[in-house]
Write a protein that binds this ligand. Structure first.
Ligand SMILES: Cc1cc2nc3c(=O)[nH]c(=O)nc-3n(C[C@H](O)[C@H](O)[C@H](O)COP(=O)(O)OP(=O)(O)OC[C@H]3O[C@@H](n4cnc5c(N)ncnc54)[C@H](O)[C@@H]3O)c2cc1C
Length: 431
């Protein structure tokens, strides 16, 4: 690197930044990847699963050499009432292609950065970017605590708060309704016990989503993921709901952990990690302008998270890759203007990133409006139905069926479900 100048600087070594850096390095471009943490992953928390398809596009066959915890072979949905639960499970054979894996972000991000370095990217950890350097309305570099670095293009991959995108007016302060807070614990547990409780083979794992119970009537979703010998458990909740209900986030997590269904999975475990983080959830409507002269924004910084399908890392990686490909074209044509970099957004619109976010542009709104039905009435109804089906309590079945039907009509399950389904389909199909 001569005179602290490279072709591209990438700020932030999460999934978005690493994908951008590695794509540029592979094309022989000079790229500097900067991360404020001691090592990448230090300040990252997530549920969570990475998705095989997009990850393999950047790291082919990563499951053979990367620090994977478990391959997901079962997806579970828990519908909780105050004390009981109904569970749905989709189990797939580990003989088929793996679709998702749990990872520990501290180990995973570090491994990803090592790959980027091996491919030729300069990597600068423990380096906080304080601000972008601008000249004549164009981003020409970055300023750290100690020195300045210059580049033709800066790719901003600094995550959900993106102070850098705010500095140049591409992002405003995030609205409470467009972001959720996630709190999470990692619970250490005997490996055999974990495999028994989740009914998974060695190396296989389970991803669980949790609705209702202590989270009922709130726009909140719980999760549990199996790692090698730990369980990640937590939930995310909209920031406006935290304020509205004056929720103490860790108390609510304790309530979730104490629910009889959930506590059976984690009992005898020891909490070894406690963390919280924001997740963008504004979706399509909250996406800011993603490029300007000499600059592009990727990943969470660009608000590219699909909350309806629990996807973030894959969209981050894909947006990082597409931004890097746009940068490569710009370097080859020596045109770093906003008009040249606008191709990034054009390509993003043709990809699943924007297409999927657009499909769900109204879904969160619909879910929020119907949260009582989804998180309270559905779990109760499902549990009542299973009880009727399985209980031999001497009461005539006809009497029970009549009561059940009367109850669900009274609770509005049918009347609320039909318009909900029609509305959801109509909104999803309409582009
Ligand atoms: C609890 C939780 C559960 C989740 N579960 C899932 C899941 O199961 N699957 C999934 O796909 N996604 C999940 N997500 C979302 C996913 O974690 C994010 O979408 C993804 O990490 C975004 O990647 P990114 O690279 O854009 O940002 P980040 O991963 O946030 O990385 C940004 C990086 O920039 C660095 N940085 C920030 N500012 C500076 C600066 N000024 N100078 C230098 N470095 C800086 C940070 O230290 C960080 O390393 C979850 C998120 C949370 C919080």
């Amino acid at each position: 690197m001569e005179n602290n100048k490279v072709e591209v600087i990438v700020v932030g070594a999460g999934p978005a930044g690493v994908s951008a850096a590695i794509t540029l390095a592979r094309a022989g471009k000079e790229v500097l990847l900067i991360e404020r943490g001691d090592c990448a992953g230090d300040k990252n928390i997530f549920g969570g699963t990475i998705y095989a398809k997009q990850t393999a596009e950047i790291f082919p066959k990563f499951w053979l050499t990367g620090p994977i915890e478990r391959a997901i072979t079962e997806q579970k949905i828990f519908l909780l009432t105050d004390y009981n639960s109904t569970q749905f499970s989709y189990k797939y054979s580990s003989k088929g292609a793996y679709k998702a894996f749990t990872v520990n972000r501290a180990k995973w991000d570090k491994w990803c950065c090592n790959q980027a370095e091996k491919e030729g990217a300069y990597y600068a950890p423990k380096t906080l970017v304080k601000e972008l350097i601008l000249k004549d309305g164009k981003v020409i570099g970055i300023r750290t605590e100690f020195e300045e670095f210059y580049s033709d293009i800066v790719i901003i991959a600094d995550g959900v708060n993106s102070l850098l995108a705010k500095q140049i007016g591409l992002r405003k302060d995030i609205k409470d309704t467009d972001v959720s807070l996630s709190v999470k614990e990692v619970i250490k547990i005997n490996k055999e016990k974990l495999e028994d409780r989740f009914n998974v083979d060695e190396e296989d794992g389970c991803a669980c989503k949790i609705l209702g119970g202590p989270l009922k009537d709130k726009f909140a979703l719980g999760f549990m993921y199996t790692n090698k010998d730990t369980i990640s458990i937590g939930y995310s909740i909209s920031l406006d709901e935290i304020k509205k209900y004056k929720i103490k986030p860790y108390e609510l997590l304790d309530e979730l952990k104490a629910h009889p269904t959930i506590s059976a999975y984690i009992k005898d475990g020891e909490t070894i990690e406690y963390s919280s983080h924001l997740i963008p959830e504004g979706g399509y409507k909250a996406i800011p302008k993603l490029y300007d002269n000499g600059v592009m924004i990727v990943g969470d910084a660009a608000m590219l998270v699909n909350n309806v399908h629990f996807e973030g890392t894959n969209l981050a990686m894909l947006s990082g890759k597409i931004a890097a490909e746009t940068a490569i074209e710009a370097i080859n044509s020596k045109d770093f203007s906003a008009s040249s970099l606008s191709k990034y957004y054009t390509k993003l619109k043709e990809s699943i990133v924007i297409k999927d976010l657009k499909t769900h542009k109204n879904t969160i709104e619909i879910i929020k409006k119907n949260i009582h039905t989804l998180s309270s009435i559905y779990p109760e109804t499902a549990c009542e139905f299973i009880e009727i089906l399985t209980e031999a309590d001497g009461i005539e079945k006809k009497v029970k069926y009549r009561k059940f039907l009367k109850d669900i009509i009274k609770k509005g399950v049918i009347t609320s479900s039909i318009p909900l389904a029609i509305l959801a389909m109509e909104k999803c199909l309409k582009r």
